[in-house]
Design a protein around this ligand. Structure first.
Ligand code: NAD
Ligand code: UDP
Length: 317
């Protein structure tokens, strides 16, 4: 890479599931990476293979506190993403989204960096419009057990657009739909990792409710490609833009696929549906197709085997 094209890139939450894949890809492109994480849900092990590369630096830091570094681009991913983890300390979750956004936007303003926010399909709440286009304002409970995450992310979007209007910051907002793949935490409670781990251990798969609720699952390499395309898009394009795979499945269908992909004899067990659990979720990705030339390339059937292989090796089963 020519020196002039090499960027200094900060990835917050870089030791997490998505962040570690993003650091790896950006490093592979020849950039200098500063990975910042407080290791709440992420782990050094996720980026251990990058340590030692002279263009990679790992820093323990909590984004709810200010950060003084010199960078050209910021990918702001720091925030627990699984309901079990973000509900563990909901006040800290809101602080991470809101104070974290304020700190990273302040940093971007000071050093004139371009900044991307990892927002979420949760800003649509339990959607009454299906599938969800970016123009939908959502249907979100402001006082429920998911609100620390949903409202925190919504407030972060507000801050991004206010910094854009008030300070002319170069911003990018991605609304990420359910993403899965290697390096998900085996105990973080998200549905793909839960089902695969349960199936590999021969334990019952825990389907919440009747399993008729739907999600659309994106493989992590497709998401990382979309995030980088968004960051590299023209300054006039801010998003918010949906990044997700439109392939929609019921949770019961996913459970059956996980059993098939692992060759397990596990049975399905039904558990109570958690409060405010969205009944349906599927992205409209016309904007990503048009503005970023992006669409997912890996179906759920293609993405499950490498994910199963990762967990099989991790659990040694
Ligand atoms: P993850 O939990 O694996 O990663 C989040 C990372 O942020 C972890 O490494 C964690 O230690 C770190 N972190 C949390 N609080 C922090 C703080 N205060 N300071 C510094 N670091 C902190 O989750 P993920 O799936 O990799 O998600 C990454 C981002 O993408 C999150 O912002 C999440 O909201 C967003 N997102 C993910 C999905 C998905 O399905 N994976 C969907 C929508 C949005
Ligand atoms: N779910 C489930 N069993 C599990 C974990 C999750 O049936 O062991 C369901 C959950 O109720 C939700 C869907 O799977 O309807 C996706 O849950 P996840 O926590 O992965 O993410 P969400 O999209 O709800 O944030």
């Amino acid at each position: 890479m020519r020196e002039i094209d090499r960027k200094r890139i900060l990835v917050t939450g870089g030791a997490g599931f998505v962040g570690s894949h993003l650091c790896e890809r950006l490093l592979g492109q020849g950039h200098d990476i500063l990975c910042v994480d407080n290791f709440f849900t992420g782990a050094k092990g996720n980026v251990a293979h990058l340590i030692g590369n002279p263009r990679f630096e790992l820093m323990r830091h909590d984004v709810t506190f200010p950060l003084y570094v010199e960078v050209d681009e910021i990918y702001n991913l720091a925030c627990p993403a699984s309901p079990v983890h973000y509900q563990h300390d909901p006040v800290q979750t809101t602080k991470t989204s809101v104070h974290g956004a304020i700190n990273m936007l302040g940093l971007a303003k000071r050093v004139k960096a371009k900044i991307l926010q990892a927002s979420t399909s949760e800003v649509y709440g339990d959607p009454k419009v299906h599938p969800q286009p970016e123009s939908y304002w959502g249907h979100v409970n402001p006082i429920g057990i998911r609100s620390c995450y949903d409202e925190g992310k919504r407030c972060a979007e507000t801050l991004f657009f206010d910094y854009y209007r008030q300070h002319q910051l170069r911003i990018k907002v991605a609304r990420i739909f359910n993403t899965y793949g290697p390096r998900m935490h085996p105990a973080d409670g998200r549905v793909v990792s839960n089902f695969i781990v349960q199936a590999l251990r021969g334990e019952p798969l825990t389907v919440y409710g009747e399993g008729g609720q739907t999600r659309s699952f994106c493989y992590v390499s497709d998401l990382v490609d979309g995030l980088i395309r968004l960051m590299n898009s023209g300054d006039d394009f801010t998003g918010p833009v949906n990044l997700g795979n439109p392939g929609e499945f019921t949770i019961l269908e996913l459970a059956k696929k996980a059993i098939a992909a692992t060759g397990s004899n596990s049975k399905i067990e039904y558990r109570p549906l958690p409060a405010d659990d969205p009944t349906q979720r599927q992205p409209v990705i016309d904007m990503a197709r048009e503005k970023l030339g992006w669409e997912p390339t890996i179906s759920l059937d293609q993405g499950l085997p490498p994910t199963v292989a990762y967990f099989r090796a991790l659990l040694e089963v």
